[in-house]
Ligand binder design. Structure first.
Ligand code: FES
Length: 87
């Protein structure tokens, strides 16, 4: 597993960005940088078998397929508001 944590103390949710081969080709690594630029710290994850839906992001282990910064932000907002249950 190639995880390295960059989670900040004030961020409660874990954002994991797949850096497996397909997700990296489709923009997973760039997405990690975009999330960071938008104030969202993430960790690097391995392939989860969702390669056709790359790039894959997990927010508190909940998958986001074809992930974008906007989708990640919306998922975080949904979890915070209770619209999408967190673990
Ligand atoms: S490479 Fe990301 S889910 Fe397979």
């Amino acid at each position: 597993m190639m995880n390295h944590s960059t989670t900040s103390p004030d961020q409660e949710l874990t954002i994991e960005v797949c850096h497996g081969p397909q997700c990296s080709d489709i923009g997973g690594r760039a997405l990690s940088e975009e999330l960071e630029a938008n104030g969202m710290k993430s960790i690097i994850g391995d392939c989860r078998g969702q390669c056709p839906n790359a790039p894959l992001v997990l927010v508190d282990n909940r998958m986001i397929c074809n992930a974008t910064v906007e989708k990640v932000r919306n998922r975080i907002d949904d979890i915070a508001s209770g619209a999408f249950p967190s673990y």
